[in-house]
Design a protein around this ligand. Structure first.
Ligand code: GDP
Ligand code: MG
Length: 167
C-alpha cells in the first residue's frame, strides 16, 4: 500500500475537510476563508496494523507576488516530493486557472494521481457533472476519477481503498 499520500489542490477546494474526514479526527483547521492551512499538516489513518499518512498541503497559488503565497507554494511543493501517491482535489462546480496550475504540477511528478471531485452535494443538476467529469478525465492520466463530498462523507471510503491498493 501507499505509506504517504498528499492531498493537493487550489485554496478552498476542501483539502483540510477531506483529511479530517479520512482520519475521522479534526486535525486540520477548515474554513470558508482561503489560506487557512499555511503549513503542512499530517494525519494518520490506522486500521489494524495498516497505516497511511495523509499530508494536507496549503493551497497552491499562481500569484507569487505575495510572500505568504510563495511560502505556501514552497510548503506544498516539498510535501508532494515526499509522497507515493497524490490525491488531486478539485470542485464539482468549477475549474479555474489555479486548478490548471496544480494539475501541471502534479503531472510533472510522474506519481500516481487520483483525481477527486469534491463538493458534489452542491451540484444540483447532475447532468452537468457528467460532461465535466469526462472533460477532466481527458486532462491527464489519472488512477481514477472519484466524485465525493467531504462534508457528507460520501465516497471518502473509496479514496482510502485506492490508497490501500496504491495503484
Ligand atoms: P482547503 O482550503 O482546501 O483546505 O478547504 P477547507 O477544507 O478549509 O474547506 C473550504 C470550505 O469548503 C469550507 O467552508 C468547507 O466546509 C467547505 N467544504 C469542504 N468540503 C465540502 C463538501 O464536500 N461540500 C460542501 N458543500 N462544502 C465543502
Ligand atoms: Mg486547508
Amino acid at each position: 500500500h501507499c505509506g504517504m499520500i498528499a492531498i493537493v489542490g487550489r485554496p478552498n477546494v476542501g483539502k483540510s475537510t477531506l483529511l479530517n474526514e479520512i482520519i475521522e479526527q479534526k486535525v486540520s483547521i477548515t474554513s470558508r476563508k482561503p489560506q487557512t492551512t499555511r503549513h503542512r499538516i499530517m494525519g494518520i489513518h490506522t486500521e489494524g496494523n495498516y497505516q497511511a499518512v495523509y499530508v494536507d498541503t496549503p493551497g497552491l497559488h499562481i500569484d507569487e507576488k505575495r510572500a505568504i503565497n510563495r511560502l505556501m507554494n514552497r510548503a506544498a511543493t516539498s510535501s508532494i516530493s515526499d509522497v507515493e501517491m497524490i490525491v488531486f482535489l478539485v470542485e464539482g462546480t468549477h475549474w479555474t486557472p489555479d486548478d490548471e496550475m496544480v494539475l501541471n504540477k502534479v503531472k510533472q511528478t510522474g506519481k500516481p494521481v487520483l483525481l477527486v471531485i469534491n463538493k458534489i452535494d452542491q451540484v444540483k443538476d447532475k447532468e452537468i457533472l457528467l460532461p465535466h467529469l469526462q472533460w477532466l478525465g481527458e486532462q491527464g492520466d489519472f488512477v481514477d476519477i472519484l466524485p465525493v463530498s467531504a462534508t457528507k462523507g460520501k465516497n471518502v471510503d473509496l479514496i482510502k481503498k485506492y490508497v490501500r491498493e496504491c495503484l
